[in-house]
Ligand binder design. Structure first.
Ligand code: DSN
Length: 411
């Protein structure tokens, strides 16, 4: 940093502290990862200056020659990377992308069927606190009480009962694969559109290590900063026939100018995601999640759904007598950063949070593997067993720091 320390030493100091926090703690947040420096350079670039409205070649402000090229590159790369017919790279976030998809082909009040939030869905899938539920009439499917897997028979039954105009397949807390073929057949059987929200798993899909929703869906939304390893912001992929409607729903429907520096970062990560290095990180992310789940299970923790097929491990910490909120705090004091999460079995008891959601993207980007997953599982167990014991939690934090020094995020 050259200028920030002079202009704003307080913020500069916080940036430095955050950099140190990132380096010396373990990022187990399933909705985060670590971006290459080139992403930060694109985000901090001169394109921050540019105001754009509209789409390449059809703008409402002059001076867009280079901004147009940035957006065109992001669009073309997104389409190529995911084999999509159409891409809109302007959404500010995953929620903006979902909202725009709903508004693109539906009318306010139309019925939508999506996954219930406590069972793994997302706020923007029609949770009562989200604007999405004020605009559309959501019903929710759940996971099976025993297997904790999506109950596709229930989805079919609800679809026949509700006759939704759209079905949303996607989750923010579901450690298993979604059968998009099955979802597509259900959607077609009731003439509903199918939208997949692959925000969490986009990097795994791009790296080719789990199946893609794109061939099965009318719309696919995602964000670029989770397993995708890029900067902030959302993207919509769709069949070509819906492109015009999606464009209008994003701008001017749901938002104004889109930040060109963020579009540039999207273009960069789509390019990097075509490399073998990116695919290797995604492969490692999957392997590490399975290893972490197995290690925690061996230590006596119940893993929601019995395991994982993606980057997430949802641990039912109540299986060893812990509460999710207390577990999150104990882990943070031990430099293990994750978030408390409801489990499907909490859904029946409002306010109960028995889970901790772990993600292995961040640690995999750092080059960690099996030996480190074993240590992380052991630290989690020890931290939870010593919740409130500052001495033990501090000791674990010291051990974590020693390990992070061998696996720098930014060497
Ligand atoms: N969707 C939120 C999460 O999964 O934590 C934030 O990206």
């Amino acid at each position: 940093m050259l200028y920030l320390p002079q202009d704003d030493p307080e913020i500069a100091a916080l940036v430095a502290q955050e950099e140190s926090r990132i380096e010396h703690t373990l990022n187990l947040i399933a909705a985060e990862s670590h971006s290459p420096r080139s992403i930060m350079e694109a985000l901090g670039s001169i394109f921050n200056t540019k105001t754009i409205e509209g789409y390449p070649g059809k703008r409402f402000h002059a001076g867009c020659a280079f901004a147009d090229q940035v957006e065109d590159l992001a669009i073309e790369r997104a389409k190529k990377l995911f084999g999509a017919e159409y891409a809109n790279v302007q959404p500010h976030s995953g929620t903006s992308a979902n909202l725009a998809v709903y508004f693109s082909v539906l009318k306010p009040g139309d019925p939508i069927l999506s996954m219930s939030l406590p069972h793994g869905g997302h706020l923007s899938h029609g949770h009562r606190a989200s604007i999405t539920s004020k605009c559309f009439n959501f019903s929710h499917y759940t996971v099976d009480g025993q297997t904790e897997l999506i109950d596709y028979d229930e989805v079919q039954e609800l679809a026949e009962k509700i006759r939704p105009k759209m079905i949303v397949a996607g989750a923010s807390s579901y450690p298993r694969l979604i059968d998009y073929g099955k979802m597509s057949r259900i959607a077609r059987s009731v003439s509903a559109y199918l939208c997949a929200d692959m925000a969490h798993i986009a990097g795994l899909v791009a790296g080719g290590v789990i199946p893609s929703p794109v061939p099965h869906c009318d719309f696919v939304t995602f964000t670029c900063y989770k397993t995708m390893l890029g900067g902030r912001g959302g993207v919509i992929l769709s069949r070509a026939e819906y492109g015009k409607k999606v464009n209008s729903a994003v701008f001017p429907g749901c938002q104004g100018t889109s930040p060109v520096n963020v579009l540039a970062a999207k273009a960069v990560i789509f390019k990097l995601a075509m490399s073998p290095e990116f695919a290797n990180i995604q492969k490692k992310t999957l392997e590490n999640a399975k290893l972490l789940a197995a290690e925690l299970s061996a230590l006596g923790f119940r893993i929601v759904s019995g395991g994982t097929d993606n980057h997430q491990v949802l641990v039912d910490v109540s299986s060893k007598g812990h509460d999710g909120g207390a577990a999150e705090k104990a882990m943070e004091a031990a430099s293990l950063i994750a978030n408390r999460n409801v489990t499907p079995r909490d859904a029946a008891t409002p306010g109960k949070t028995s889970g901790v959601r772990l993600g292995t993207s961040g640690v995999s980007v750092r080059g960690m593997g099996g030996a480190e997953m074993t240590r992380i599982a052991g630290w989690i167990d020890r931290a939870l067993a010593n919740s409130g014991n500052e001495a033990v939690l501090g000791q674990i934090a010291g051990e974590v720091k020693a390990m992070t020094l061998r696996f720098p995020v930014y060497a």
